[in-house]
Design a protein. Structure first.
Length: 238
């Protein structure tokens, strides 16, 4: 099972009003284990960055001036995430921005190349109703060290989210181990035949027990004035 834990940074909060991506990062999980493989790129949005956004992630227009445009990295990004299950915190936000960027280039949308997306924000709220579900709050809840997170950053946040996701979904390892267990081997000399189960012992009711059972059913039928599902329906009146 291949998963990509994904995060982005943007010029603002809404792609519908013209905001763009400026950073994309993803880390790879294979059968719930970090592989060390990751994708990370900064993108020149060709527009100003909101002051509020800079305060969150610290990325400026000057820093991005010599970075590639999204069209220059789109194919590489799509190849990295293709067919993987995505794990994203507040997935509609990141998916919306990525779909917008891909759509403007006429390329397949993220929701087409990665049909499955797990939203860890939604998952956290379901598991811990009424509690804070920000990435920092979840790091505290699951005792994951995030003291080096002074600003938001796509790669750092993706790495932290991978640890959070694995902590949130503990117990799935045993399911994967069960699925990976080899089928029982037929011992040599069995001729390749499937071993048969030993015959089951069948206990049948005695005549007295059957009579007693019928007596109890008759008493129930009498008490319910014949309205019992096991009784045959009376033929319609002529």
């Amino acid at each position: 099972m291949r998963q990509i834990v994904l995060d982005t940074e943007t010029t603002g909060l809404d792609w519908k009003t013209g905001d763009r991506l400026i950073e994309i990062a993803g880390v790879e999980l294979l059968d719930r284990k970090l592989t060390g493989k990751h994708y990370h790129v900064y993108v020149n949005p060709q527009r100003d960055i909101d002051a509020g956004a800079v305060a969150v992630h610290g990325i400026t227009s000057e820093f991005l001036a010599d970075k590639p445009l999204f069209k220059d990295v789109a194919a590489e990004f799509s190849a990295f995430v293709a067919d993987a299950e995505l794990v994203i915190h507040n997935a509609p936000f990141d998916v919306g921005f990525l779909n917008n960027e891909l759509g403007m280039l006429g390329l397949p949308l993220l929701t087409t190349i990665c049909p499955t997306v797990i939203d860890t924000l939604k998952l956290a709220k379901e598991q811990n109703p009424g509690k804070k579900a920000s990435l920092n709050a979840l790091c505290t809840l699951y005792e994951i060290d995030n003291t080096h997170r002074t600003l938001h950053g796509a790669l750092l946040d993706a790495e932290l989210l991978a640890d959070v996701y694995l902590a949130m979904t503990r117990g799935q390892e045993s399911l994967i181990m069960m699925l990976d267990e080899p089928a029982p081997q037929v011992e040599e000399g069995d001729g390749g035949a499937i071993l048969e189960r030993p015959p089951l012992r069948v206990l049948r009711a005695s005549a007295d027990e059957l009579t007693g059972h019928d007596t109890v059913l008759a008493e129930i039928a009498k008490a319910n004035k014949g309205h019992c599902l096991w009784l045959p329906k009376a033929p319609p009146a002529a």
